[in-house]
Design a protein around this ligand. Structure first.
Ligand code: 3HC
Length: 285
């Protein structure tokens, strides 16, 4: 395949997962973070994860070392110049992403694919910010990336068919099952998942049942691996609210409007696991 070197922008929850699965699949990966401290933390998180897998016997020591040896971190976007694909996984900010894609377009060789892991930003706007709109598309991974098998390959009306095929093949090469969707806000999964999560908050807010009982009902009644409140805490209440707001803005459907309780939880800083408290409370680990 034409894709050999992988670049990832952002080494947070999603970016580090994308770097991990790429390196485990044998691709040299370079991630970009905003400052040295974040590069150090990103490398530390990846090391800790891979060492944890080795300690559990899921990875032999040599494979762990080789995988870590394939991962580098930098603060300079310019260092991505020899990447064949760059997957952007920064925070959800359309203006910042547009600016980053325009920069990447100047840095990367013309055949490089520029992909975004966005769940709610407009991929067509990113494509339009470059001089290679045919080589821009969405590659939406799911949290936690190493465990979730799906990647949504989102094409805009400008994406070349050959690029969709190349990116789909690369998603398979990093161990994922790709599905294809149009660049339409929230793609497939969030289009269906977000209203479900918002309905769960409304049901709880309306006094239907306790958090625990709603979670248990959806786990045992539908066979979902997690109930909606456990999942909201995993995804992040702020992330869910942001995606819901973008969906509401785009489609003007009341069912996409974030319910009052979700807004207040976000205002209160109860964002889920990442802040130690969302609908449930988590210990320091
Ligand atoms: N790399 C590789 N393996 C890892 C790992 C990593 N980084 N982290 C953990 N693992 C391994 C563990 O070692 C463990 O192995 P073991 O069972 O042999 O010990 C295994 O993975 C499973 O770990 P857990 O016991 O923690 O996992 P569970 O069996 O409880 O499953 C789950 C966890 C996969 C998260 C499952 O609960 C699930 O599928 N939940 C739903 C998640 C979901 O819906 N995500 C999508 C969110 S929406 C989204 O992301 C879109 C966004 O745009 C908003």
């Amino acid at each position: 395949m034409a894709i050999k070197n992988v670049g990832v922008i952002g080494c947070g929850l999603m970016g580090s997962g994308i770097a991990q699965v790429s390196a485990q699949a044998g691709f040299p990966v370079l991630f970009v973070e905003a400052n040295d401290e974040l590069v150090r933390r990103g490398l530390g998180r990846l090391r800790e994860t891979l060492e944890g897998l080795a300690a559990k016997g899921k990875l032999d020591a040599r494979t762990k070392d080789e995988t870590l040896g394939r991962i580098g971190g930098t603060t300079r976007l310019d260092d991505l110049k020899s990447c064949d694909i760059v997957v952007e996984a920064m925070t959800e900010n359309q203006a910042l992403k547009n600016e980053t894609f325009a920069k990447l377009d100047r840095i990367c060789a013309p055949p490089a694919i520029l992909a975004t892991n966005t769940s709610s930003c407009n991929v067509t706007a990113l494509a339009a910010a470059t001089t290679r709109p045919g080589r821009v598309l969405g590659l939406h991974f799911f949290n936690p990336v190493p465990l979730m098998k799906l990647v949504e390959v989102a094409r805009t009306i400008l994406t070349d068919e050959a690029v969709v095929q190349e990116a789909t093949e690369w998603a398979r090469a990093v161990g994922k099952t790709p599905v294809q969707a149009k660049d339409s806000t929230a793609f497939i999964v969030n289009r269906l998942l977000v209203p479900y999560l918002l309905d769960a908050v409304r049901a709880y807010e309306g006094g239907l049942a306790s958090l625990e009982d709603i979670d248990t009902a959806m786990k045992l009644g539908c066979g979902y691996p997690m109930g909606p409140f456990t999942l909201l805490d995993l995804v992040g209440l702020d992330t869910t609210m942001y995606v819901a707001e973008v969906m509401f803005e785009e489609f003007r459907e009341p069912r996409y409007a974030p319910p009052p309780l979700l807004k207040r939880m976000v205002m209160a800083g109860r964002l889920g696991r990442k802040t130690g408290r969302g609908f449930y409370t988590y210990d320091a680990r």
